[in-house]
Design a protein around this ligand. Structure first.
Ligand code: SAH
Ligand code: SF4
Length: 349
């Protein structure tokens, strides 16, 4: 009989596994604690259990692990982790240190079906959706690496503080697994929902469904253009869900007090960076509590787009600010190791 994967189980499934194994209910909490907060890679590492119990459980269950194939460090401190999944597909996660936080950018799919023209992940196409345990295991695996390092080198312990779904894939295209992964982050791993951000290219019907079914994490929308003709060309998804329908969904999104929707805007030289664009963006976002992240295009080999000059991006930002829109320019991180937004390709290209 095939063994069951404990990392693949929801709370209810773990409870019934514990019950069927004739164990008392408190064992469920212990399993969750050891898998999600002590990052054990096998049942045998759960030293709170007797040797006998570990052996008995190992006969019918196991704990799966992502295989870390490569870890690269950028000059600016960003780190890229390449993982191999059980069936040989590969994904990437990126760790981004900042003054007061350590953000892990995770993947929700191997590849992506959306085909955005400025994104290297889009060029790969979709390999497959990730399972819940493959999504959360990116956090577990990276945290384990960091905590082992801090034992050896004993500086202040480094802990992942923020999670962003901005790696490979479109999270709302893998809806059920992503929603369950959000619950596990909040309930099993104790990550605050305010410190989790889900970014979507704009799968309109799923945006409101997300609000109803998941913990209230932050929402980011990859807008990237101010006119449908342009957005249709950049993001084929726009033909199905044009700008107006996307922004209507944002207006109806039940935002918690003091929260804002983030709009990401990849700035492409000569394509979406005119002063008219900036003016239109202000008008489009009227009435939405939001901020704009301007991301100057991160180039990669074979791409036909160019990054605009810093001056042009600053001018664009200043127009937004003058229009009372909070706008930040996101400095790209980890470009030298292809870890910046839109540069993730795992082992596919
Ligand atoms: N699929 C989701 C999440 C992953 S993409 C989404 O599209 O929102 C994360 C962000 O990277 C998106 O905002 C996207 O617009 C941006 N991005 C993609 N390619 C980029 C590139 N080459 N340079 C800069 N940003 C890019
Ligand atoms: Fe997919 Fe997001 Fe890249 Fe578009 S920008 S191809 S949705 S990962």
């Amino acid at each position: 009989m095939a063994k069951t994967n404990l990392k693949d189980m929801s709370k209810g499934e773990l409870e019934s596994f514990v019950h069927k194994s004739s164990l008392p209910p408190y064992r469920t909490g212990q399993l969750i604690h050891w898998i999600y907060e002590k990052y054990v890679r096998s049942i045998d590492e759960i030293t709170e259990f007797s040797k006998d119990l570990r052996k008995r459980l190992s006969e019918k269950a196991y704990i799966s692990n992502l295989e870390l194939l490569k870890r690269q460090s950028s000059k600016d401190g960003t780190e890229k982790y390449l993982f191999r999944l059980e069936d040989g597909e590969t994904i990437e996660s990126v760790l981004i240190p900042d003054a007061d936080r350590l953000t892990l950018c995770i993947s929700s799919q191997a590849g992506c079906a959306m085909g955005c023209k400025f994104c290297l992940t889009g060029e790969i196409g979709l390999k497959r959706n990730l399972k819940v345990y493959e999504i959360v295991d990116q956090i577990i695996s990276v945290t384990r690496v960091l905590s082992l390092e801090s034992i050896v080198m004993s500086p202040r312990e480094k802990r992942v503080t923020n999670i962003v779904f901005m790696g490979m894939g479109e999270p709302l295209e893998n809806f059920d697994e992503v929603v369950e992964s959000l619950w596990r982050m909040v309930e099993f791993m104790g990550i605050s929902k305010r410190r989790i951000t889900l970014s979507t290219a704009g799968i309109v019907p799923k945006i409101l469904e997300l609000a109803g079914r998941s913990p209230h994490v932050n929402l980011a929308i990859s807008l990237n253009a101010t006119a449908d003709e342009v957005r249709n060309k950049l993001m084929p998804l726009n033909k199905k869900y044009p700008i107006k329908s996307l922004l209507d969904a944002c207006r109806r999104f039940p935002l918690k007090p003091r929260r804002k929707i983030t709009f990401e805007y990849v700035v492409l030289d000569g394509i979406n960076d005119t002063m008219d664009d900036a003016g239109r963006l202000i008008r489009l976002l009227k009435g939405i509590r939001c901020k704009v992240n301007l991301i100057p295009f991160n180039p990669y080999e074979g791409s036909k787009f160019k990054r605009p000059s810093d001056e042009k991006v600053l001018k664009f930002q200043n127009i937004l600010l003058a229009g009372n829109i909070t706008a930040l320019i996101r400095k790209s991180k980890g470009e030298d190791i292809l870890a910046a937004c839109g540069q993730m390709k795992a082992e596919y290209i």
